[in-house]
Design a protein around this ligand. Structure first.
Ligand SMILES: NC(=O)c1ccc[n+]([C@@H]2O[C@H](COP(=O)([O-])OP(=O)(O)OC[C@H]3O[C@@H](n4cnc5c(N)ncnc54)[C@H](OP(=O)(O)O)[C@@H]3O)[C@@H](O)[C@H]2O)c1
Length: 317
């Protein structure tokens, strides 16, 4: 009798024959996922996870969420763990929490969510009661007494919101705390927080054509022992438009990339300060593709330079 995991592989194997070459699929599912340690604890996390804004949140708010059930089931069955969400991603957090409960995989997921109530406008006063209420709703949606990671979304009101999160960490209800930003004008503030606040994680935008964080933010994260979740690793649609239907260069095989998705993800995953890359997808086939970037070899410095040169030689979309 085949196990649930075998069934999934068979189902995906049949369903995905057009989406992924069978050799790539076999290679993707055979090797273990690479892991990185969370600097503040040493806990190992698979290098590739799953994000939930973009298309994931579009499907979450639709009537048919079956694709997301497959996506979350695939994440766990294929050795993934990290799921990045937020109360502001439409129905993503709520739907993912419900699906995980139905599938019995709630405890197998590393839940990374955020708090964003108030503090969005410059000088806005965060309402601690509203922020606490939002966090409690996240606990209910996720369905775990201890949530792995909660971050201050877009550097909202750091003193208030990070203060609340730290209290929850001290009380043992949150394992890790952090802040996120994907806005370049906010980088100086992000750097200030990284320098002055005891945080376990940051979440930040990083992609092969968006490398500003390599200058200061990633070296600072390494120096301060702060874990890094990579956001928007494809620039959402930007990198897909940029490569269009061009063939992947043969030399991508030198670091075991078999698709453009893996090429883009392996570039950011190879940076040693990165803890986990969380591309969003609403398709199990694309998730398998993405998880393949966390398997096999990663590019070295010379290969990464060649990758940059190739992408920069293509017209910006
Ligand atoms: N400030 C913040 O805290 C912040 C800001 C932005 C993002 N984030 C986090 O980072 C995550 C990732 O960023 P993002 O969602 O903005 O953009 P992204 O991950 O760069 O791109 C997602 C897009 O790529 C497509 N895609 C994914 N895998 C693919 C594959 N293998 N082949 C072809 N297409 C593929 C998805 O479509 P399909 O569904 O068709 O696969 C979707 O359109 C978010 O979901 C969120 O969790 C956080």
């Amino acid at each position: 009798m085949p196990s649930r995991r075998d069934c999934l592989k068979l189902t995906l194997g049949a369903g995905l024959s057009l989406a992924l070459p069978s050799a790539a699929l076999l290679a993707a599912t055979r090797q273990p996922l690479l892991t990185r340690a969370i600097p503040s604890s040493g806990q190992q996390l698979p290098l590739i996870g799953l994000g939930s804004s973009a298309t994931f949140s579009q499907v979450a708010r639709s009537e048919d969420i079956s694709a997301l059930r497959e996506v979350l089931r695939t994440l766990i069955d294929q050795g993934g763990k990290v799921f990045d969400t937020a109360p502001s991603y439409g129905a993503s957090e709520e739907v993912a929490g419900r699906i995980a409960t139905e599938l019995g995989i709630t405890d197998e997921i590393f839940w990374a969510t955020k708090v964003n109530v108030a503090g969005r406008e410059p000088n806005a006063q965060a309402d601690p009661a509203a922020a606490r209420a939002q966090i409690e709703t996240s606990f209910e949606r996720i369905g775990k007494p201890v949530v792995d990671l909660i971050q201050v979304h877009n550097l909202g009101d750091v003193p208030t919101q990070l203060g609340i999160l730290r209290g929850l960490k001290e009380a043992g209800r949150v394992r890790y705390v952090g802040v996120t930003s994907t806005s370049k004008p906010a980088y100086p503030r992000l750097i200030e927080v990284m320098q002055n606040e005891p945080i376990d994680f940051i979440g930040v935008d990083y992609a092969i054509d968006n490398r500003d964080v390599e200058e200061t933010i990633l070296p600072l994260a390494a120096e301060r022992g702060i874990g890094v979740l990579v956001y928007v690793p494809f620039g959402r649609t930007r990198l897909w438009n940029r490569v269009g239907d061009r063939a992947l260069p043969e030399w991508a095989a030198e670091f075991d990339a078999t698709t453009w998705g893996q090429f883009f993800l392996k570039y950011v995953a190879a940076h040693p300060a990165v803890t986990c890359v969380t591309p969003a997808t609403s398709r199990a086939s694309n998730l398998i593709d993405n998880l393949g970037a966390g398997r096999g070899r990663l590019p070295d410095a010379a290969q990464r330079q060649r990758m940059i040169e190739l992408v920069e030689s293509l017209p910006a979309a």
